[in-house]
Design a protein around this ligand. Structure first.
Ligand SMILES: Cc1cc2nc3c(=O)[nH]c(=O)nc-3n(C[C@H](O)[C@H](O)[C@H](O)COP(=O)(O)O)c2cc1C
Length: 176
């Protein structure tokens, strides 16, 4: 199997990380690869918020602003070496919005695969608090911006085993 196919198939969602920090420069380099995602008219409809080191407290505080101090998410944030919020700049036209959402999703997958190829594990996390004004405001997320998800990242402590996929053939309608 070639390297691209192998990375796609062998990447796993990593939830337990070693404590070591991932260098910020490396994360930015990985993002500079990820932005080669296909995106219609090269709108590049994304931006990123990266929390690392003491900066993670800012994210934990935003979660607590919405959920209160007693919640499992903000407590866990300080255990994750780096967390990135990926933001879609929303277009009010439905067809453009759909294209741009697809493009940002492709970017996230690119990022996770590029990270995996450099031994960095990632976890794409979505939670209801990402929509909450009390969470968004302290982070400067504007109206008309959608948080696609949080990407947790770090060096894997545990790599979970793969969950089987349904063979594509079972979902294929072939016209030939
Ligand atoms: C948009 C999106 C949101 C996700 N949110 C969560 C989440 O909140 N919690 C979680 O455990 N996994 C989440 N995942 C990860 C999936 O659970 C994971 O990709 C799936 O179990 C397959 O595992 P693999 O990535 O190791 O192949 C999310 C994945 C995507 C694409």
């Amino acid at each position: 199997m070639n390297e691209v196919r192998s990375a796609i198939q062998n990447r796993r969602t990593v939830k337990k990380f070693k404590k070591d920090a991932v260098p910020t420069e490396q994360i930015i380099e990985l993002l500079d690869t990820a932005v080669w995602a296909p995106n219609h008219k090269l709108r590049e409809p994304w931006r990123f918020l990266l929390f690392t080191g003491d900066g993670r407290k800012k994210l934990a505080d935003a979660i607590e602003a919405e959920m209160g101090e007693d919640n499992k998410f903000s407590a866990n944030i300080m255990q994750v070496p780096s967390i990135m919020l990926v933001v879609l700049e929303e277009d009010p036209r439905q067809n453009i919005w759909d294209e741009d959402f697809a493009a940002v999703s492709a970017l996230v997958q690119n990022f996770m695969l590029a990270a995996w190829s450099e031994d960095i594990g990632t976890f794409w996390v979505t939670k209801p608090f990402l929509y909450a004004p009390k969470f968004r405001k302290p982070l400067g997320i504007q109206a008309g911006e959608k948080i696609i998800g949080m990407v947790y990242m770090g060096y894997p402590d545990v790599i979970p085993s793969a969950k089987e996929r349904t063979p594509a053939k079972d979902k294929l309608t072939l016209f030939d």
